[in-house]
Structures are given as structure tokens and as C-alpha cells.
Design a protein around this ligand. Structure first.
Ligand code: HPA
Ligand code: ZN
Length: 342
């Protein structure tokens, strides 16, 4: 397939996005708009000055700016506006389903009521279904640099709104905060029937992927790219079809890999893993999900139409939806690919 046809397939094929931090979709323009609306002072003079600060050396250097950006989010309307802006981009990228992370502790620590966060996001999810036909669900993430007791408290605060989220995840600073630190809170979430995911093997070692599976009993691994440091683990991930939600542009921006051309995504696909492509924090890392597909495929010539279809099919397989929805999206994917001659 030539490049324009492949790019048309990458843009037009239906896809699910499973690794997207809603706070990471906060564009500089919206940061300034919300700062003005809420009377929040920003330490940057302009959108350009803020964007210029987006030069990260590792995960922590990103997180410091990401949490500062989120400080403009105060009201239910702010969370609606944030998520609505994401859904407009997702619709343009032919995302048919999104499982969206949010970080309540980033907001409740600043005195924002948890219901403002959850109800604002939920309102946008419902409207995205009505207007764009995009289905979506929320996944509450615990910040791993905080204590497990803080995570347990956050869970209790969120439980009155249990029907508005389908699962929990684990994000923020990975090194020095292994999955086992959160064994009790994940066990409790499991009893509650919540889906379980965790970031592991982004900056942290392959051993964190194993303990996320064995101790936390997660169903998907977010990132997971360092699994290739342990051949037996790669075999296990393939055998058990544990999905990895990979975020290529994020990996380059946070220097998990030096260049996209060095990314191990083709090796993971070749090993038979259920890998997906996602945007992580698109406002900070240079693009939404289609941009991740386009740049990754441009940098790695061994990826073609077959891999594009596989990645989209994997995103449906890895999603937390009933089998009928997965089957319908698969048929839509096959129809689009056929129309484009892929
Ligand atoms: N890793 C860990 N925590 C995060 C990330 C990430 O890529 N994005 C937002 N919070
Ligand atoms: Zn992430």
C-alpha cells in the first residue's frame, strides 16, 4: 500500500482509545481561557511561553508541568469543557470508543469537590454519545506518589458516583512506587467489581509489570514497553493476551525511547502481543491518536496496512465493552479497510 493510502486507512479506520489522561488533553489555549474565567494566575505570559516550557527530560519533569496546568480546573463546567474538547478531536480521528483516565487527587487536593470532576466529565461523555456516536467510560486513577491510605480515601469519596466509572488505574511517578504499594486498595476495587489497570514498565522495570499482574491483578498494562527486557514475561503477555496500551509519541517526549524509529512496537506485534496505540497526554506530547499512528508508521517502514488493522482490532479486543460492540466495530473496521483497498 502506498503512503497516502496507508495514511487514509490510519485516519479513517474506526479505533478505540484506551490510554488517555483527560487532564493531559488540556491544550494551552484552554488553560489560558480557564485561568481567565476562574481568576487563576499563571506563571506564563502567553500560550507560546507555556508551550515553550514543554521540553521534558523524563516522566517527572512532565508531571510537574502537567499538575501545574491542571490547576486551572475548578468547576463542573471546566471539566465538561475539558472533556468536550477531547471528544471533538476524537471524533475527527474516528475514535468510536474511549476509556478515559482522570486523576481526582490532583483536584481534590486543591479543594475541588470530587463530584464536580466526575459529573463534568460524565456530562461530556453522554453528550459525545448523543452528538458523535462515541461511546466512552471513565477510569479513576490513583496517584502512585501519594500513599495507599490517600488512595483508599479517594475511593471512598468516589463511591457515591460509582455508576459513573468502570474501573481504576495507577499513574504518576513510577520509579520507587511499585504496584505492590497499592495491593489493598486494588483488592477492594476488585471486590467492588471495578475493572483494574495500571501503568507499569514505562520508566519502571519489567518486574513492575509482573507485580501489577500478580499482586494487583490488573486486566491491562498501560505502557508496558519495558517488558522486552524479560523474554519470559513477553511470552506470558502473549500467551495470556494481556493488552498493552502503548503511547509512542509520549515515549519519545519522555525519553523512554530515543526516537520513534527505535520503538519496540513492531517487535511487540511480532511477538503476538495485544498492543494498542494511544495518545496518553496529547496536548503535551505532540498529537492525538491519529497523529500517533501517522508518525509511528512513518518512522517504522515495517508497519503497513496489516499492522494498522491489527492495532485497531486489538483496541476493540482490549476494551471493557460487551462482545457485541466489539464485533460491530470489527465489522466496521473490515468495511472501511475493504473500501480503501487495504
Ligand atoms: N505516566 C504516568 N503518569 C501519567 C502519565 C504517564 O505517561 N500521564 C499522566 N500521568
Ligand atoms: Zn499514561
Amino acid at each position: 500500500m502506498n503512503t497516502p493510502s496507508l495514511n487514509a486507512l490510519l485516519r479513517r479506520m474506526p479505533k478505540a482509545e484506551l490510554h488517555l489522561h483527560i487532564e493531559g488533553s488540556l491544550e494551552p489555549e484552554l488553560i489560558f481561557k480557564l485561568a481567565a474565567r476562574n481568576g487563576v494566575e499563571l506563571p506564563y505570559a502567553s500560550v507560546e511561553a507555556l508551550r515553550a516550557a514543554y521540553a521534558f527530560t523524563d516522566l517527572q519533569s512532565f508531571l510537574d508541568i502537567y499538575y501545574a496546568g491542571a490547576s486551572v480546573l475548578l468547576t463542573e463546567q471546566d471539566f465538561f469543557d475539558l472533556a468536550w474538547a477531547y471528544f471533538e478531536r476524537a471524533a475527527a480521528d474516528n475514535v468510536v470508543h474511549a476509556e478515559i483516565f482522570f486523576d481526582p487527587q490532583t483536584h481534590t487536593e486543591r479543594g475541588v469537590p470530587i463530584e464536580a470532576v466526575i459529573l463534568g466529565l460524565d456530562h461530556a461523555c453522554r453528550r459525545a454519545h448523543a452528538e458523535f456516536g462515541i461511546s466512552s467510560a471513565l477510569i479513576l486513577c490513583f496517584l502512585r506518589h501519594l500513599s495507599e491510605d490517600a488512595a483508599l480515601q479517594t475511593l471512598e469519596q468516589a463511591l457515591p458516583w460509582r455508576r459513573h466509572f468502570i474501573g481504576v488505574g495507577l499513574d504518576s511517578s513510577e520509579r520507587g512506587h511499585p504496584p505492590e504499594k497499592f495491593a489493598r486498595v486494588f483488592a477492594r476495587c476488585r471486590e467492588l467489581g471495578l475493572h483494574l489497570v495500571a501503568h507499569a514498565g514505562e520508566e519502571g522495570p519489567a518486574a513492575y509489570i509482573e507485580s501489577a499482574l500478580d499482586v494487583l491483578k490488573v486486566e491491562r498494562i498501560d505502557h508496558g514497553v519495558r517488558c522486552t527486557e524479560d523474554a519470559a514475561l513477553v511470552q506470558r503477555l502473549a500467551r495470556e493476551r494481556v493488552p498493552l496500551t502503548v503511547c509512542p509519541l509520549s515515549n519519545v517526549k519522555l525519553r523512554v525511547v530515543e526516537r520513534l524509529a527505535d520503538h519496540n512496537l513492531p517487535a511487540l506485534l511480532d511477538a503476538g502481543l495485544c498492543v494498542t496505540i494511544n495518545s496518553d497526554d496529547p496536548a503535551y506530547f505532540g498529537g492525538y491518536v491519529v497523529q500517533n499512528f501517522l508518525e509511528t508508521f512513518a518512522a517504522l517502514p515495517q508497519l503497513g496496512a496489516a499492522q494498522a488493522r491489527q492495532l485497531a482490532a486489538n483496541s476493540f479486543e482490549a476494551s471493557f465493552v460487551p462482545a457485541e460492540h466489539k464485533a460491530r466495530w470489527r465489522r466496521e473496521l473490515d468495511a472501511v479497510a475493504e473500501r480503501l483497498g487495504a
